[in-house]
Design a protein around this ligand. Structure first.
Ligand code: KG4
Ligand code: ZN
Length: 357
């Protein structure tokens, strides 16, 4: 990282246009955001249909599809925003964590554009990007605040101390919340990607139909979802065996909607409980939600109810800004740029990149 002349920094410049680029997993995305707040375009090319037949993201296919999509997606983002590259002030791209071959496509495109246009380049940590979706949602939100970041790979409670400074208060010791949703969704035959399908299936279900554990660890707000996942798989196997004896299906014994709602509630209860404990112990009165799992309707509802009860203000981005997108990367890039961050062409993709370093 290089820090350049601070005079160059335009503090809170509502006209500063950032081109954001995201390619860490299976979405090729580009967006233009003004002043880190106002979305001028937000283009997302999802590969979900391609990976569905394999039941998960295939890294080599993801990289190849990013290569095909990246230039048209960036072109489309600029066209929709009504600007050309000359009008862009900063180029921001996800540098990690994520699939290295996938990350390299977006990052190389950003570096190429920065080289030819001589515009500043800023590498963005993907989780910081998810957090920044909240700046696009609430025009008054400023650090410090607490953010629950729940995605396919991460479950963090983050204290956002400043634009480019974060402290992780809790993380998962094993599975991420999204990973647990995806695994159980697949086990009950819902397909891929499992989280949104399980959310939909749970709509008409009873959340107390299947008894499942809520795991908390001693003296820590860290999460552990492997126990509830195993308990759900064991329950499912028991139901399958029981049903086979009388030539029925497990869903004749427990409706799929009830199973889905019970699992969802078990995950959500722990996420909400730990977040509220973190709010109480830090004294922070502003909460935010981020990451793909933040699109979950039960989590949105339950965290809002808990925040209301405790008198805390909660920001919840629209579902399209919770799952991977480049507007959030542009918003985070703006914040990092404003804090003096500059990267050069030696910037590399980092598959395991922490937030608080
Ligand atoms: O943030 P994201 O788009 O990608 C990562 O950075 O991982 O998150 C993807 C995760 C997947 O596990 C997906 O199943 C989950 O978010 N997800 C949901 C919902 N929408 C997406 N999980 C539960 N309910 C949803 N509505
Ligand atoms: Zn993500």
């Amino acid at each position: 990282m290089q820090t350049s002349d601070p005079k160059e920094l335009k503090n809170h410049d509502p006209d500063c246009l950032v081109l954001g680029i995201e390619s860490s997993c299976d979405e090729t995305a580009a967006a233009v955001v003004a002043g880190g707040r106002r979305i001028l375009s937000n283009v997302i090319a999802s590969q979900a249909d391609l990976h569905r037949r394999y039941g998960g993201v295939v890294p080599e296919i993801a990289s190849r599809m990013h290569l095909e999509a990246i230039v048209p997606v960036i072109d489309e983002a600029l066209r929709e925003a009504g600007v050309d590259l000359d009008g862009i002030d900063v180029i921001a791209a996800t540098r990690g964590p994520g699939l290295v071959g996938a990350l390299l496509v977006g990052l190389s495109a950003a570096k190429g554009l920065a080289l030819v246009t001589e515009k500043p380049l800023v590498g963005v940590q993907h989780i910081a990007g998810h957090v920044a979706a909240n700046y696009l949602t609430d025009p008054d939100l400023e650090p410090p605040f607490l953010c629950l970041v729940v995605s396919g790979a991460h479950s963090h409670i983050v204290r956002v101390e400043a634009d480019d400074r974060f402290q992780i208060l809790a993380r998962t010791r094993d599975d991420a919340a999204g990973e647990a949703f995806d695994k159980i969704a697949r086990a009950i035959g819902l397909g891929y990607p499992g989280g949104p399908l399980l959310d939909r299936a749970a709509q008409s279900g009873r959340p107390d139909a299947v008894e499942l554990p809520r795991t908390t660890l001693a003296d820590s707000l860290d999460f552990s979802f492997s126990g509830v996942k195993t308990a759900a798989l064991n329950q499912l196997n028991r139901l399958i065996q029981q049903a086979e004896k009388s030539e029925r299906t497990w869903q004749d014994l427990v409706p799929l909607a009830d199973f889905a709602a019970s699992f969802q509630q078990a995950i959500v209860d722990v996420l909400v409980d730990h977040t509220m404990q973190a709010a109480a112990s830090t004294g922070l009165r502003r909460l935010a939600l981020a990451g793909g799992v933040a699109a979950n309707s039960c989590l949105r509802r339950c965290l809002q109810a808990a925040a209301d009860q405790a008198g805390l203000i909660l920001t919840v981005p629209l579902p399209i800004l919770c799952t991977d997108n480049a507007a959030m990367i542009a918003a985070a890039g703006y914040r990092a740029y404003k804090s003096g961050r500059r990267d050069d062409l030696s910037l590399d993709a980092v598959p395991y990149l922490d937030l608080d370093i």
